[in-house]
Design a protein around this ligand. Structure first.
Ligand code: COA
Length: 394
């Protein structure tokens, strides 16, 4: 007798596996992909200032105020950043271009953002010793997505050889934490056993290298975190348990991009995109003050829910935007200055890698933790948004 084929079999859907809610969730693997090319403050400032010289000749001719120059010393002192790694160096240091050269790819080729995320995803899976076929869901969570659809996560899913489902989300520099928040709760609820959160940050592609306020801030990096239910037998030292996650948001225009499909309609020629005013902009000093205060309160409140205080945290993996800002948040929280061991920074060599930064600090600085020690992963940025994850070393 012929067996009746179900619709899901006909379309090749993965069979539905009944799942149980899980109290315990862990980070089974973390992957980090950092491009090899880098640019120092001095190189970046030299290009900026050469462009300013040329621009000021034009401005003088028009009777406009001259533009001020940038300074490598200012950048280091104000932010702590010394250099940044970039997906593509070519073009950024050319005063006539000041943007990376990233050629268009055919729709049939793997897109740039998916390829970047894929590298981090493969590293996370290798670390977790998990095969792509064992992932149930992929969330691509980044500050900037290359396009609205098809979702970058679905392209990563296909390139990886995973099944299940995939979708994109974004929450500025808190994107990875927002992804972790969603993933953790879906795994806890029993909807999925394993969720891969991929955060490819190709932020130099959206950066205005002619804006003195922001030209030095960002660098590129991709990260991926595999969140899985903690099954008996997979509890092993070196893995971090996710005790809980939180996300906080409050609207602010102080970090904003106006890039989007409606932008072109405000132009005389809607078929020729003028990028002026549609790249990242920020009022850095306001962000600094307001987000420092909000992050401090977030940390105190979130930890208090679990009977913790900043003092009971062995380590803080904070957003990597500004070394002074992190120092201030921690001084408010702990009443004293803390060093690299307690709150490691990676921004000196990588710049602000948007949502990837805190995860890189985590990836590079957790293996020495003792069993039972706690740490706080916390990112903040555009929105305003703050995301946190209380982690415990198993
Ligand atoms: C961007 C940031 C490093 C700027 O530092 P800051 O100390 O706030 O600097 P300000 O914008 O107040 O400017 C201070 C002075 O430096 C000058 N300045 C600004 N950019 C400069 C540059 N590239 N080179 C030289 N001088 C510069 C300003 O003109 C100003 O000069 P003035 O005092 O004569 O008016 C800092 O505000 C910051 O990191 N903010 C938080 C960013 C953040 O967390 N973002 C989160 C999401 S990614």
């Amino acid at each position: 007798m012929l067996r009746r084929i179900s619709e899901s079999e006909a379309f090749g859907f993965a069979p539905t596996v009944s799942r149980q809610p899980s109290d315990r969730v862990c980070l089974a693997g973390i992957g980090v992909e950092i491009p090899s090319a880098s640019i120092s403050n001095e190189e970046l400032v030299e290009t900026f200032n050469r462009w300013v010289d040329t621009e000021n000749i034009r401005r003088k001719g028009r009777g406009d105020e001259p533009l001020p120059k940038s300074s490598a010393d200012f950048i280091r002192q104000a932010s702590g950043i010394r250099r940044r790694h970039v997906y593509e160096r070519e073009g950024i240091l050319d005063p006539a271009r000041m943007a990376p050269v990233i050629p268009a790819r055919s729709d049939d080729d793997l897109s740039v953002m998916a390829e970047f995320g894929l590298k981090a995803a493969q590293k996370a899976l290798a670390q977790a010793k998990v095969a792509p076929g064992e992932i149930d869901l992929i969330i691509c969570s980044a500050a900037h997505h290359q396009r609205p659809y098809p979702a970058i996560a679905i392209e990563i899913q296909q390139a990886l050889g995973a099944e299940g489902a995939a979708f994109d989300i974004g929450l500025g520099c808190s994107s990875a934490l927002a992804g972790l928040h969603v993933a953790t709760n879906l795994v806890r609820a029993g909807a999925y056993r394993r969720v891969l959160v991929v955060t490819p940050e190709l932020i130099t592609a959206h950066l205005n290298f002619r804006d003195r306020q922001t030209h030095f801030i960002f660098g590129d990096a991709a990260v991926a975190v595999l969140v899985e239910t903690m099954e008996p037998g997979r509890e092993r030292h070196g893995r971090l348990e996710v005790v809980d996650t939180r996300v906080w948001t409050q609207f602010s225009n102080n970090i904003r991009t106006n890039f989007g499909f409606l932008s072109r309609l405000a132009q005389d020629d809607p078929y020729h995109l003028d990028m002026e005013g549609k790249l990242i902009k920020q009022v850095g000093s306001k962000v600094f003050k307001e987000v420092t205060i909000a992050s401090h309160q977030f940390i105190i409140d979130f930890l208090a829910e679990y009977g913790h205080t900043p003092r009971t945290m062995r380590r803080f993996w904070l957003h990597q935007a500004n070394a002074r800002m992190n120092a201030m948040i921690l001084k408010l929280a702990l009443g004293e200055e803390v060093g690299q061991d307690r709150a490691p920074t990676v921004l000196e060599r990588l710049g602000n890698t948007a949502a990837a930064g805190a995860i890189i600090a985590l990836a590079e600085n957790h293996e020495d933790m003792q069993q039972g020690e706690f740490g706080l992963l916390c990112a903040f940025g555009a929105g305003y948004s703050i995301g946190g994850a209380l982690l415990k070393m198993m």
